[in-house]
Design a binder for this molecule. Structure first.
Ligand SMILES: C[S@@+](CC[C@H](N)C(=O)[O-])C[C@H]1O[C@@H](n2cnc3c(N)ncnc32)[C@H](O)[C@@H]1O
Length: 278
């Protein structure tokens, strides 16, 4: 495959599919599609998901009307709308799924935010933006889908202004994860590997980034996948009607594997915040 990795083609087909779109729109309400930070294990997914956005935004003290942000793998654009509505930041949503981008554009129009949020179809392995354009590169639970993560990091460095911030979350494998144990999860989402905290630290350091903070939040990964499983079981017939029984049953089995991987200490998740050299 040319410049795109095979994983990118798999992700595009998956997220554009009617079954995946119906599942994600309904379980997250068409706003977010990322892991939440839970105040209680039974908290609703939307509230916890919004807390992740607010926690990340809170790490960017000078977010405001003069700031430009690129959201890499922006899903339905819920985070971009928070950054635009609450902070008046100018946000470019870069996302592979045009199915999601259409809803993102419609919601931006409805919220009167189209002047602040621009939605671009493309891949973060080959960002269609000029060098040194953005103050902030933001990403939530999307870079795992790359088959060439070092290339994504090269692209992040290229499009950030000197001194720009890179803040992101990603489901990862633990630094001490035994080889092979995550293979069933990787196969289901068509990936060869996960990143890890040490991978991002080493690769970003090689690219001249300084670590601002790395915040492990792994217990929330476990809570999140368990909560999604609970909601899906509670709405089983409704979501089967939208996404099909095969999709829903495979999703429930997949979610159980994520919970098990977290319980065994193989998986991890958190907020990583770095600064490009000034
Ligand atoms: C788990 S969802 C997270 C969406 C969004 N960040 C959020 O927090 O709601 C992963 C997203 O990554 C996007 N994605 C996957 N691979 C991509 C790529 N190579 N370039 C751009 N977007 C990608 C998918 O379209 C999907 O929207």
């Amino acid at each position: 495959m040319s410049r795109r990795s095979r994983a990118v083609a798999e992700a595009e087909t998956y997220y554009d599919s009617a079954a995946a779109d119906a599942f994600y729109r309904n379980i997250w309400g068409g706003e977010d599609l990322h892991l939440g930070i839970y105040a209680r294990p039974d908290e609703d997914i939307g509230t916890a998901s919004r807390r992740t956005v607010d926690t990340m935004a809170g790490q960017l003290p000078d977010l405001g009307p003069k700031r430009t942000v690129i959201d890499l793998g922006s899903g339905y654009g819920g985070s971009a709308r928070v950054l635009a509505a609450q902070h008046r930041a100018r946000v470019t949503c870069l996302n592979l799924s045009e199915t999601q981008n259409e809803l993102n554009r419609a919601r931006n129009d409805a919220a009167g935010l189209s002047d602040l949020v621009t939605v671009v179809h493309g891949s973060f392995e080959d960002i269609p933006e000029p060098a040194a354009t953005f103050d902030v590169a933001w990403s939530q639970d999307a870079i795992l889908h790359s088959g060439n993560r070092t290339r994504v990091l090269d692209e992040v460095r290229r499009v950030l202004k000197p001194g720009g911030r890179f803040i992101f979350t990603d489901p990862m494998q633990a630094d001490d994860c035994p080889p092979g144990v995550l293979q069933p999860i990787l196969e289901r989402i068509h990936l060869d590997s996960f990143a890890s905290f040490s991978f991002y630290r080493e690769e970003l350091s090689k690219r001249g980034f300084t670590e601002i903070s790395v915040t492990p939040l792994t217990s929330h990964l476990r809570t999140h996948y368990a909560r999604v499983g609970e909601d899906l079981r509670a709405r089983y017939d409704e979501i089967v009607g939208l996404s099909g029984r095969d999709y829903v049953d495979a999703m429930l089995a997949g979610l159980a594997r994520w919970v098990d991987g977290a319980d065994k200490g193989y998986l991890t998740w958190g907020i990583l915040h770095f600064m490009k050299a000034a």
